[in-house]
Design a protein around this ligand. Sequence first.
Ligand SMILES: [Mn+2]
Length: 310
Amino acid sequence: MAEIVVLWHKSPDTDAICSAIVWTNYLKSMGADAKAIRLWNPNFETKFVLEKAGVELPELVEELPEGQKIVLTDHNEAGQSISNRNNYKIIGVVDHHKVSDFETTEAVAMRVEPVGCACTVMYAMFQEKGFTPDAVTARLMISAIISDTLYFRSPTTTGIDRKAVEELNKIAQIEDLEAYSMEMFNAKSDLGDISIRDLITMDYKTFEAGDKTFGIGSVETTNPDFALSKKEEIITELNNLKNEQNLDFIMLSIVDILNEKNTTIVANENDAQVIKEVFWAETHEWLADLGNRVSRKKQLAAPLSEYYIG
Ligand SMILES: [Mn+2]
């Protein structure tokens, strides 16, 4: 195993995987012996991005040696990370999420910024070191930013994300970014014969707030009807997952990327009540119209955390 292993998070999205590969390239260009490994498989959008970039998926690894030095990208919370994380030595984090239940025994190189994408944070760090990413690395960073910000539609988007894409594309030279973003979103929406459990957990995170734990899945798609047509099965599976994971609340948001609209599948009466209190939204036939709340981090997880912390 390499000296430093770079890890993405559970239910990885394009930023998780691209940021881990990008950061591995960064560490290597600093002379470090680093390697990204695969603990969880990519979604259809990320597969498309890697294929287009001509980048191989990192090697699948089931277990790491005890005491392995690890770097986390696009996450810091334990629940989203490799299990038994305390058996390893976290030496670095590059992220753009809230910091929570994060504890180390030694100092760690931690960089967290409130921008739209982990790759945007990395771009700033490249610049500070005077490193210019190669064309493939630049392409991965652009793809991650497009994915996380829904091509600048999400309210998590900052001017820094836009600037990063503009500058990175001088290197990557993607001819039509808008068209490329559509190809990415269509790839993500082409769910084929995916199982209901995979549909829910493909882009799924659990959060701790006070003494409560809740789960939020998100299906970002250009074809919301596909997931909505499976509502009944999804409700059953949401309740199963809620029981298995001992959650206080669960929801699955079907996010229509192009129309910036969130229709959320509600699993039971209890969760409908929470949705009413937190988002002021009524549930009809197990669906709640959550309007333009397309960002899980900013518009779903944050108000739910606030609600549970009180
Ligand atoms: Mn991200």
